[in-house]
Design a protein around this ligand. Structure first.
Ligand code: ATP
Ligand code: MG
Length: 355
């Protein structure tokens, strides 16, 4: 900003000085020519010369003042115009009108400022769109189980006296929906916490064996019920990792939940670890349907499900992988997916190695 003003002031100064010099030069030049023929012994002629020089100087000053006033006005307008425009756009952004932008007309500091303001407006617009999508998706996902609960409760009330068998079945439906609702709300809370960036991690050394064991434990019964075999492969000498134990378990639990959910009965889920330079990777491979190639990036977006009907019938909202990726990244790791040639998906998480 100051460089901008300094250059303009210098330009103004040069214009004014050169205009005054040209003016004086032209007039005094002629005058000096005339002065050469002046008889210095003639006081009247000398006085006339002095008067003329005074007159020229007075005009020169007036012209210089006129030019500097005109340049000053132009200069003030050229700065005030863009600043007012930026002020207006900043006001619009503050009022939530994120589509407003400032025209960028110059390549100086004012132009840089306008560009920065536009970049900020882009980011605000993106965040606003993502917030709206989040709220819309979350309310849509909550509406379904809540509607199911209402229907199940009504049916249960009606069946209580007449049909105890039906009442038991409805109570079980109710329990399942309540469980689903609770999971969804927990997932939403997790996600909003990681997305807000206010996650307080407690990073410490953790052995891969204990991470895998703690993550697998809650899935053993479900895997048995679906006739899935669970395998663990941890080669000797795999180093410990640096992670927040609770969040690292949450990452793996989300991957295991999917593997167990999407792998048909009789299949296998394998959890393996390997050292990779300064990181340690833990993978979860299954013998399920795998992920269609074109969708391997999108499945990490919140609320994204490959087959919405199939995923919903299994109770998923499409949040598990979005949470897992953000939690892995918050711990300095990554999470990727690929399909196995023999069928099934392999999700790989990396954690920084300890020491
Ligand atoms: N192991 C897997 N095998 C096949 N498809 C998978 C697997 N893991 C994830 N997917 C696909 O990726 C989608 C997104 O997974 P994500 O875990 O985010 O959501 P979800 O499991 O459907 O719901 P939630 O995790 O919120 O309960 C799933 O709906 C499914 O279509
Ligand atoms: Mg999931």
């Amino acid at each position: 900003m100051f460089r901008h003003i300094r250059w303009r002031l210098l330009a103004t100064y040069l214009i004014v000085v050169s205009a005054a010099l040209v003016f004086l030069g032209v007039h005094l030049g002629r005058q000096f020519e005339a002065a050469l023929g002046v008889d210095v012994r003639d006081p009247a002629s000398l006085q006339a010369q002095v008067r003329h020089v005074r007159w020229v100087i007075a005009w020169a000053v007036l012209v210089a003042l006129g030019i500097s006033a005109a340049v000053g006005i132009l200069l003030a307008r050229s700065i005030a115009g863009p600043v007012q425009e930026m002020q207006r756009v900043a006001g619009d952004l503050a009022a939530g009108r994120f589509q407003e932008r400032v025209p960028v007309r110059t390549r100086d500091e004012l132009g840089d400022l306008a560009r920065s303001l536009n970049d900020m407006a882009d980011e605000l617009e993106r965040l606003d769109a993502s917030r709206r999508a989040f709220v819309a998706d979350a309310s849509h996902e909550l509406r379904t189980p809540v509607a199911n609960l209402v229907v199940a409760v009504e049916a249960l009330k009606a069946a209580l006296d007449r049909d105890p068998g039906l009442a038991t079945a409805l109570a079980e439906d109710l329990e399942r929906e309540t469980h689903r609702l609770r999971e969804l709300v927990e997932h939403l809370l997790d996600l909003s916490q990681v997305e807000a960036g206010g996650l307080a991690l407690s990073i410490e050394p953790l052995t891969v064996a204990s991470l895998i064991e703690r993550s697998l434990e809650p899935f053993r019964v479900r895997a048995d019920a679906s006739r899935l075999s669970l395998e663990v492969r941890i080669p000797r000498g795999v180093p410990s990792i640096r992670a927040d134990p609770v969040r690292a378990v949450r990452v793996l639990a989300n991957l295991l939940d999917n593997a167990v959910k999407f792998t048909p009965p009789g299949g296998r889920v394998t959890v393996a670890a390997a050292e990779r330079g300064s990181a340690v990777e833990v993978s979860v491979a299954d013998t399920g349907p795998g992920i269609p190639g074109a969708e391997t990036a999108q499945i990490f977006d919140r609320f994204y499900r490959v087959d919405k009907a199939r995923a919903r019938s299994r109770g998923g909202a499409g949040l598990g992988l979005a949470i897992a990726r953000r939690l892995a990244e918050a711990q300095g790791g990554t999470i990727t997916v690929r399909n196995r040639e023999e069928g099934g998906a392999v999700f790989t998480v990396t954690f920084p190695r300890y020491g």
